[in-house]
Design a protein. Structure first.
Length: 276
């Protein structure tokens, strides 16, 4: 098929390749698209997709889309189909799924885990495509956005909403302070030179107990960015945790380094007794 302007994939959430490359775990293409020859019988057959050696690898959505098919049959095993505009991408031979039929997905959102291999098919407006050509176009989109200074690829999406904290207006200043002081903050915690206030510790315990009781954890595929696998239901709880952790970091800066946010009221500063 010849690619036309109509076939440009538009995605508000950006673009992402189907899986992450991991150190010392190279993914190789075991069977390409098109006419193939059976290694045992010598007979030729047409392979309608491509197959990767991708042993139990997390798979993600490549753009903004909707889950349009889920099933399990003898030929494909457990499979998942996601529609991206007029494109449909099929992942087959899966070992697990993390999405439901009709669910909206974003670029980089973990949707499944491959089995011993990953079989992939792509179609546009019902017409079969070589998946390699689709992946090449996808990679080109990612590189083009990066060169234009935009974030094009996302790794794992943990939430469907935006997490708010009471420190949002000071976000840039707090991030600068973390670059300067976070390593010594962690060191002082480890060595016991700074002790987290009892109120903060107990509040964190209460928050995590509430989350466990309400089954907030492991709603989605855990990742480095979201190790507890929490979803949108847990956003208020996650915001409380963020408030407590940021607040403790700022408390440490005041007590140990006599450093305060520039927006902090002078009366509030008087409540701290910095350690010399």
């Amino acid at each position: 098929m010849k690619y036309t302007e109509e076939m440009i994939l538009h995605s508000p959430s950006g673009y992402c390749m189907p899986f992450e490359e991991e150190n010392n775990k190279e993914v190789t293409l075991s069977t390409g698209y098109g006419e193939q020859q059976d290694a045992l019988t010598g007979e030729t057959y047409f392979h309608h997709g491509i197959t990767f050696n991708a042993h139990h690898r997390p798979l993600v959505a490549v753009a903004s889309g909707t889950v349009s098919g889920i099933g399990n049959d003898k030929g494909r095993g457990l499979y998942l189909i996601i529609r991206y505009g007029k494109y449909e991408v099929t992942y087959a031979g899966l070992s697990n799924l993390f999405v439901r039929f009709g669910q909206a997905v974003k670029a980089g959102q973990t949707v499944a885990v491959s089995g011993n291999d990953l079989y992939m098919e792509v179609s546009f407006a019902g017409e079969e495509l070589n998946p390699i050509e689709f992946l090449t176009m996808l990679y080109g989109n990612i590189q083009a956005l990066r060169k234009a200074g935009h974030e094009a690829a996302y790794e794992f999406v943990g939430f469907d909403g935006e997490m708010k904290t009471k420190y949002d207006r000071d976000k840039e200043e707090i991030e600068e302070l973390m670059i300067r002081f976070l390593p010594v903050y962690m060191r002082d915690l480890l060595l016991g030179e700074y002790i987290v206030p009892e109120y903060t510790e107990q509040s964190l315990r209460n928050v995590f107990s509430t989350g466990a009781a309400k089954n907030y954890f492991f709603e989605t595929m855990p990742s480095m960015a979201n190790p507890l696998g929490i979803g949108s239901r847990a956003l208020p709880l996650a915001s409380k945790v963020q408030n407590l952790l940021i607040g403790d970091f700022l408390n440490y800066l005041a007590l140990r380094h006599n450093v305060y946010l520039s927006t902090l009221d002078e009366e509030v500063k008087k409540n701290f007794t910095p350690r010399q």
